[in-house]
Design a binder for this molecule. Structure first.
Ligand code: ZN
Ligand code: ZN
Length: 154
């Protein structure tokens, strides 16, 4: 049995979440699936290598994968973040509730934080800046994961 719990099939998820105005191509659906199946944000290079591992015959080019990520981002279904442990931005599908990660400085694992530590603070900011429309925030927790904490730094 798969340990992935999905209430509906991937095709249904695609039908429901596909952004308006973005043409559905096979490559885009494949990129969407990579992002959907992964539980942590991925860089364009990681998405590219996962795609080519799963679809070796397609010969997807990095430049078109990157352009498709930009199209997803523009359509509002992708969240791009810049983490201090990564040289490149990482991407994940936008969730109904946003997520923050604790990132390991050594192995670069990204562990989701269950709750938003900024939730209450965000409300205070809304009170003190009533004219400012807040649309989101970023927060990064970094350190060493369980595996790496006993052997920090190289
Ligand atoms: Zn680690
Ligand atoms: Zn948050």
């Amino acid at each position: 049995m798969s340990n992935k719990i999905h209430a509906c099939s991937f095709d249904e998820i695609i039908e429901r979440n596909w952004p308006e105005g973005v043409k559905k191509t096979r490559q885009r659906v494949d990129i969407y699936r990579v992002l959907h199946d992964c539980d942590q944000p991925l860089s364009a290079a990681e998405i590219f290598s996962a795609l080519n591992k799963e679809h070796p015959k397609e010969g997807y080019a990095f430049s078109t994968v990157y352009r498709n990520l930009l199209a997803f981002e523009k359509a509002g279904i992708l969240v791009k973040s810049v983490l201090s442990t990564e040289d490149n931005a990482v991407y994940e599908l936008k969730q109904a509730t946003h997520r923050h990660y604790a990132v390991c400085l050594k192995c670069h694992t990204k562990i989701p934080i269950k709750t938003c530590p900024l939730h209450d603070i965000a409300e205070h900011i809304t009170e003190s800046l009533p004219d400012f429309q807040i649309t989101g925030h970023q927060l990064e927790i970094y350190g060493y994961c369980d595996k790496c904490k006993n052997t920090p730094a190289q």
